[in-house]
Design a protein around this ligand. Structure first.
Ligand code: EPS
Length: 390
């Protein structure tokens, strides 16, 4: 089973992770991984921290001469900001516990509940780990996953479809999204809407507030039949939802038309099935987002994620000092006005991990050569039943 674990605090020495289950003999391209990390750091509306960091991956083990060995892969991303935080964050030396102590907990953040649950009088112990800094590791893991899936033509795209009240109204094709999202500061592929999104972020910043948004992730060329209907914990949509909801600040996940299933008739929402000799089994619509009965249909996977506004406001909200229980305004540290564009890169890579997990579950884990044989034989069998890989 493909799995990973991450470790690291936002202002600690570094972020580390171990990913286990990547097959042997996959050639890794470090530049492609670093380019995903760079994309995550960009985006209009981010705060000062991203000017300090320049995230790159250091692969520590599990790879030899650029080729995976089939064992756990350990990776490291340094926190450059640690230099400024050594005297507050050093793991094994005496530290200054007072200067950066957080008493005035932020509503909407993990600060209060985390401190009460773990018995801390300093919410810094919570916020350092709950911080979205950890998503840098998730992006690196997703970028490695993508490199395995690329061998089978499986491709990913993501874009921002809404920031605050500004949203795109048109449906864009995969290739258009792929070509245009990266060149937009807000990862919006509609030029007119892009300007309005930037205005929305500027207005929010002027008001010392923060703003959320909606991200769309698409996956192309996924074979039919990843996941299963036989048990709840084998459904691929269940895992996509879990991994995405487990991403900092994500509050909702929809697949295909999502919540609109609740206001539609069956005749409007199902993707009717056809067969033609040259196309094989196919559908003319994709309202259910490429997943039926917890399994991929072979059509594009379409997922939307809602990100909440960041809870650190320069116009702080009412809260308490959790140690004296007096009313206070919440603590303000550096904050991002909007991190939705960065989160779109994160969600795309989180999805890549889940797709790889189910891909390997179906086709095996050992060597990429064996997986290719299994994959080709499955695609052949599907061909005999009338399903063609497009
Ligand atoms: C974050 C707060 C900010 C963000 C950070 C997530 O960090 P800082 O307090 O150091 O300014 O910039 O995001 C990252 C460091 C990152 O790499 O995305 C938080 O509280 O979640």
């Amino acid at each position: 089973m493909l799995r990973y674990i991450t470790s690291g605090e936002s202002h600690g020495k570094c972020l580390t992770s171990i990913i286990e289950g990547i097959p042997a003999n996959v050639e890794l391209n470090i530049d492609e991984i670093n380019s995903e990390l760079k994309k995550r750091q960009c985006g209009y509306g981010r705060g000062g921290r991203m000017k300090i960091e320049s995230d790159t991956i250091d692969i520590l083990s599990g790879v030899r001469g650029k080729k995976t060995l089939g064992g756990p892969i350990a990776i490291k991303i340094n926190n450059k900001d640690y230099e400024n935080w050594t005297k507050y964050m050093n793991p094994m030396e005496e530290i200054d516990r007072e200067s950066k102590k957080v008493n005035n907990v932020r509503p909407g953040h993990a600060d209060l509940v985390g401190s009460l649950k773990y018995d801390f009088d300093d919410a810094r112990n919570v916020l350092e780990r709950s911080s979205a800094r950890e998503t840098a590791s998730r992006v690196a893991i997703g970028a490695i996953s993508k490199q395995v899936l690329k061998e089978f033509g499986i491709d990913f795209a993501s874009h921002v479809v809404q920031i605050g009240n500004v949203k795109i109204e048109k449906d864009y094709e995969f290739d258009y999204i792929k070509e245009n999202a990266d060149i937009s500061e807000v990862r919006c592929v509609d030029k007119n809407v892009e300007e309005l999104m930037i205005e929305e972020i500027d207005n929010t910043k002027e008001n010392k507030d923060t703003v959320g948004g909606i991200i769309e992730v698409r996956v192309k060329n996924v074979p039919l039949g990843l996941g299963s209907y036989v048990h709840f914990d084998r459904k691929i949509d269940a895992h996509l939802a879990m991994h995405l909801m487990g991403t900092q600040a994500i509050k909702g996940v929809e697949i295909g038309v999502g919540f609109d299933v609740g206001n539609s008739r069956g005749s409007e929402i199902m993707d009717e099935i056809y067969y033609e000799q040259n196309k094989g089994i196919h559908r003319k619509s994709n309202k259910l987002g490429g997943i039926e009965g917890g399994m991929t249909t072979g059509d594009e996977i379409v997922i939307r994620c809602a990100m909440k506004p960041i809870p650190t406001l320069y116009k702080p909200l009412n809260s308490i000092n959790m140690n004296t229980l007096e009313n206070y305004k919440a603590t303000v540290e550096r904050s991002d006005t909007c991190a939705v564009p960065a989160c779109s890169v994160v969600c795309e890579n989180v999805v890549a991990f889940v797709i790889l997990k189910f891909f390997l579950e179906k086709f095996g884990h050992d060597s990429i050569e064996q997986i290719k044989e299994n994959y080709n034989s499955y695609i052949c069998r599907l061909g005999d039943r009338g399903w063609k890989r497009i």
